[in-house]
Design a protein around this ligand. Sequence first.
Ligand code: ADP
Ligand code: ZN
Ligand code: ZN
Length: 796
Amino acid sequence: IYEKFHAIILISEHRRLVPGARRRVTITPLRFQQSLRISTLSCVPQRRNRATCLLPPATPVTLPSMSSDSQGAFSKRVVEVMLPLALPVCYSYSVPAGCTAAPGDYVRVPLGPREVIGVVWDSEGEGEDKVDAAKLRPLNEVYDTPRMPEVQRRFVEWVATYTMSEPGAVLRMCLRVAEALGPEKVRIGYRAGGELPQRMTPQRQRVLEEADEHFARPALDLAHAAGVSTGVIKGLADAGTLIAEKLPAFARYPVPDPSAGGFKLNKAQEVAAKALRAAVAERNFSVSLLDGVTGSGKTEVYLEAVAATVAAGRQVLVLLPEIALTSEFLKRFERRFSSSPAEWHSAVRPRERERVWRAVARGEALIVVGARSALFLPFKDLGLIIVDEEHETAYKQEDGVSYHARDMAVVRASLGAFPVVLASATPSLESMFNVEAGRYRHVTLQSRHGSAGLPEVEPIDMRANAPPTGSWISEVLGQAISETLEAGDQVLLFLNRRGYAPLTLCRHCGHRFSCPDCDAWLVEHRFRRQLMCHHCGYTIAVPQECPSCSSEGTLVACGPGVERLAAEVAERFGDHSMVILSSDLSRGETLRELLDDITKAKYQIIIGTQLVAKGHHFPGLTLVGVVDGDLSLGNGDLRAAERTYQVLCQVAGRAGRGDKPGRALIQTFQPEHPIIKSLVARDRESFYQYELKTRDRGGLPPYGRFAALILAGVDQDTVNSAASRIARAAPRSDAIRILGPAPAPMAVVRGRYRVRFLVKSGRDINIQAFLHAWLDPIKLPGSVRLQIDVDPYSFM
Ligand code: ADP
Ligand code: ZN
Ligand code: ZN
């Protein structure tokens, strides 16, 4: 190994390494949760990084001495490359002669037997640890693409440090479109204009009718239009009749026109827009919370800030929860700027992604509208971020690097010294807290635009209005639905539960269907005739007989899901068109189309889960019925009250956004609960004050900080013993409380046992440093995975 490489940083085997020996080695970065097996060491981390310091003192690793005369000569020819892998450090490579590589360059490098794409990173502390470049493997290619801007490299490091992930894992999120790095694939198009061919056929004739003299079209396109095979096109090109021309690989994004199509803003909107334009003009970091009731015109107002930024020639990123990215929403941009923005979400096809990525890197795409992952696009000159629906928990990524896109957007803005606007009708408690503390500016819109008033909210006390067993719609709600349908308006029934019924049991023996791999009941999906686990996807067909007592026809569904509610609605209001919106029934493009159809009032009754609460504008909707207003209260989550309030508020806010007034009815067993009361009284302030006080008393976020540690593994004993080792190693501190280890509420998921710790500290404590000091020295067995979630949103 020494023959070929210089140093081995961390080695799990404590055997002596004999110079010249060739062995497979396992590198186990202690900071990282899994061992990383690399059969050949291809290159060497050079910096003395944290990982090096964690070496057990007894490990017999020595760095070979380097001949001193070669140091200076080679120093410039070595670059540090960050690879999109979960590695704690950069790797060094030599730069081939005649090639230049500077920080930010995208490069292709060898790694063991494979090749990976990485980014040349800034080598810190130049002068120390110089290596003989001749002994390193060279870069294979430096891409001719705009370099990753420095601010993005700092952002990668910042996110990694904050979320306690490896920087390479964050970099991976920036390198999702490898195709965009190489040269653009040249496309050839054909246009008419050459001499007529010697031999004319009807097929050739049709092609010539289709071909234009000025605009070249790809062969396939032309062949389709003429109804011939591409062979005919080729023949005509060979004959010199069609002229081949290079086509631009991607259509360019048109430059948005900032003064194209704005509405005349009303007074309040104008005041708000002025405040946001001023923030843009400052060209400095600031956070504005754009806080306005649903339908008050927040979008119109922040589009003014977008316009101001575009007018200054800088780029804008508008973040939305994936599901709110409907074509109706995008059309508002088209109308406002007479050109469509670049889109970035899960339904964007690979080729379009490549186009977006390139255009963003070159600074040609000025407006990007995207889901949370758009934060990691290589903006050339980002000047503004809008986070719409900032309270949405969909902004929190749970797996992989667990980051909160709203919080990271604020970080990105601060690193880039530009403003960020957070918009919501129900701001998160975190943002309200920052407003109160004077850190965020508060820009408010008090009333709905135009004649639309806010919906009346009324509770339906289910203790006095219980529907008969097996049905879920009370008499009062049923009456309101009939009236609304008769008036030709739309009704939305909200129930935040997918499937038909959350639990199936045997009436005869009491057998309950649960997932064999998770700590959860199987949910019946009647449309698909399946019982399904919502945590791991385990699915079985609904059986004919009870697997426990073999009785037939004894299985009963308990509790409602949207599908069961739909069955009840179909029975009672069958003459009206109905649609179910639920993430398991429709996703991506189909869902977008459904939402558009609802906007166009193609359906009169909409039954939906949380999906429907998000930012949609359905003008014909005048009645919202919340089937179970108590569902998410009291589920042990610190944000349960906040979420219930937000969801109910947002759902209610879907009503009456058009010309007619709206109404929201909430079925509840606790009409006296502070949340229901403040919803009914439309007294938002009382809810925030009540909730802030509760959090303050408990030292909960935003007053305190949380981090969750989740240990998971197939073998329960191994997980438990790992957990006790971690618990024993916990440093004592007055400022930090460690709760656990305790079995997670979802104690088994996908056959893995899960044990949780919750670490709780004051706001001013560096919780990451604490966790490093505690966890870095602990080496876990390879079969146990430790996931760290800083600022957790899920407590399952
Ligand atoms: P919010 O984002 O606060 O829910 P929107 O920006 O979606 O509100 O506005 C609600 C509706 O009112 C939209 O259809 C919007 O086009 C319309 N609207 C808002 N402001 C104006 C205005 N100044 N002139 C005309 N229509 C407006
Ligand atoms: Zn049974
Ligand atoms: Zn399961």
